[in-house]
Write a protein that binds this ligand. Structure first.
Ligand SMILES: Cc1ncc(COP(=O)(O)OP(=O)(O)O)c(N)n1
Ligand SMILES: Cc1nc(C(=O)O)sc1CCOP(=O)(O)O
Ligand SMILES: [Mg+2]
Length: 216
């Protein structure tokens, strides 16, 4: 895999409840448009469970493998280990970071959601590889999202000298993505901007263009 910061540029997150058409079609289009990493997040109303969830995860993992895109599993450490996923993403309400690091091993990617400097320090020392910070903008995708804080925490962590890769999340679109990277994030993570787009391919392309505009 390329370095993690590069891989996090356009981070697509999706599960079947987010899709207006077949999840495999949405993911294939998103990858064709340039997403650089994928998180399987099977959560919310009508989310699949058991064998159906497992089968969808395998199908999406195989698409990611074919295109050499890291496949990350949200929350479900058991599933990630069973599938040999490239990594997991956990939040503050999930298993402790050090426990998850121990379970998945040193060679897997471990993403952690942080909302304060203290959470960032703890996650870093417990073995996080990157931070997810949000919600940057209003989102209706996550019912239990914290209050919107814009890019403030990203800026604070960079000012304090944190060099760990960071992605912003929550309400990010191709119109506001550049501001997140300008604030110090390595990339942007999105659900709706790609999964609900008429063309997930064009949506991914626009996000990537706008993220890359900020660099260099
Ligand atoms: C890249 C990224 N950042 C943040 C999150 C949110 O994780 P969490 O707070 O655990 O909430 P759920 O996604 O589990 O509802 C994420 N999934 N990915
Ligand atoms: C999964 C998730 N986590 C968030 C956080 O703030 O940690 S916001 C969020 C939902 C992101 O979806 P959309 O791109 O549709 O706004
Ligand atoms: Mg979680």
């Amino acid at each position: 895999m390329k370095n993690l910061s590069e891989a996090l540029k356009v981070y697509f997150i999706m599960g079947s409840p987010n899709c207006l058409k077949e999840p495999a079609d949405v993911l294939n289009e998103a990858i064709a448009g340039g997403v650089t990493i994928f998180q399987f997040r099977e959560k919310g109303k009508n989310a699949l469970t058991g064998a159906e969830k497992y089968d969808l995860a395998r199908q999406l993992q195989s698409i990611c493998r074919e295109h050499q895109i890291p496949f990350i599993v949200n929350d479900d450490i058991e599933l990630a280990i069973e599938l040999g996923a490239d990594g997991v993403h956990i939040g503050q309400e999930d298993e402790p970071v050090n426990v998850v690091r121990e379970r998945i091993g040193d060679n897997k990617i471990l993403g952690v959601s942080v909302h304060t400097i203290e959470e960032a320090e703890t996650a870093l020392h417990a073995g996080a590889d990157y931070f997810g910070i949000g919600p940057i903008y209003p989102t209706s995708t996550k019912d239990d999202a914290k209050p919107v804080r814009g890019t403030e925490l990203i800026e604070i962590l960079r000012e304090q000298g944190f060099t760990i890769p960071i992605v912003g999340i929550g309400g990010i679109t191709s119109e506001n993505a550049a501001a997140v990277v300008k604030a110090g994030a390595d990339g942007v993570s999105v659900i709706t901007a790609i999964s609900h787009a008429d063309s997930p391919l064009e949506a991914a392309k626009a996000l990537k263009n706008n993220v890359e505009t900020v660099e260099g």
